[in-house]
Design a protein around this ligand. Sequence first.
Ligand code: 5GP
Ligand code: MN
Length: 336
Amino acid sequence: MLTGENNLHLLAQPKNIVITTHHKPDGDALGSSLGLYHWLKANGHQVEVILSSDFPDFLDWMPGREDVIIFPNETERAEQLLAQADIIFCLDYSALSRTNILEPILRTAPGQKWMIDHHLDPEDFATLRYWDANAAATAQLVYSFITDICRDATAITAEVATCLYAGIMTDTGSFRFRSTTAAVHLIISKLIEAGARNWEIHEQIYNSSTENRLKFLGYCLLNCLEVIPAYNTAVFSVTKEDLEKFQVTTGDTEGLVNYALSVKGIRLAALFIDRTELIKLSLRSTGEIPCNEICKKHFNGGGHLNASGGSSTESLSETVNKFKSILPTYKEILTT
Ligand code: 5GP
Ligand code: MN
C-alpha cells in the first residue's frame, strides 16, 4: 500500500537524503538501506545511511558498508545531516522507538519521513508510506519501490542487487519461510540477473562464524535450552556470564532461537538474553501461534506473527518465569 505518492516528485531533483533503519540492524535492515543508498546515489542525490548502533560481523562485506555513519561514533555530523535532510527514509521499522537513540531526533527533524516497511501496526509518522505486512522483506519493497513505483527497472546495478538479495535472503531464512512466495522468487531471479552473486552472498553470511561463535552455539545447545513438551515450547536462557565467557558480539546470537524451533514438535521457541541494561527476547513460532501478540501484550515489543521480539526490565529468571506463566493461555493453539 502506497500513501503520500504526491511527494514522489521530490526525487526528480537532487536532494539531501538520510536513510535510517532499526537499532542493531539485521540483514534486511542493512541490505535494504544500502540497496536504496546505491540507487539514490546513482540518481544524483546526496545520501547518507545513519545507524543507531554497529552491525553484525557477518554483514561486514556489503557494498557501501564503509560509508555508513554509526551515530554514537559521529554524533555531531549525524545530527547535522539529519537536521539538513529533505527526506529521511525509515526502512524496516514501523515505530520510531525502534531506532533507539535516534528516536527524539527523528521526531523533531524537519525533513519528510518516507517509510518503506513490512511490520504490523505502522505508527503515523510518515509523509510517504510504502508498506505491506505481507512482504517477505523490506528489501523486497525497496526493489518494487525502485522498479514499480519509480519505474526505474534498468537501475538495478550489481551493488543494489547484492544488498537487496542479502536482505530478502536473511528475512526469509534463505527462502524457506511462508512469506517466500512465487513473486519473491521472481524478484530473486531478477536480482541474480542484475549481478547478485548468490553463492558468494550465502558464503559471506552463513560461513563466516568465528570459532568463539560456534563454540557459544554448542554451549547454548548443551546448557541453556529447556524443552517444555506440555506446551510444545522450547526456551533458551542466556546469562550475562555466558555472553562474557564467549566474548559474544553483535550478531553472534542471530539465528540461535531457530535451533529451539528445529526440535521436532516444537511450535513456539523463545530466546532470552541478559543484555545487562535489559532482558532481550526473541520469539519464533509455526502456524497461527501469535508471537507478536505475546510480545506486544507482555514484553513491550511486537513484530510479525511468526517472528517477534521484545524486552523486559525484570531479571532473567523472572522474565522466563513470566513467559512460562503465559503458556497456559495459549495451550489450545500450542497443542492441537
Ligand atoms: P529478532 O528476534 O530477530 O530480534 O526480531 C524479530 C522481529 O521482531 C523483528 O523483525 C521485529 O519485527 C520484531 N522486534 C524485535 N524486537 C522488537 C522490539 O523490541 N519491539 C518491537 N516492536 N518489535 C521487535
Ligand atoms: Mn525486515
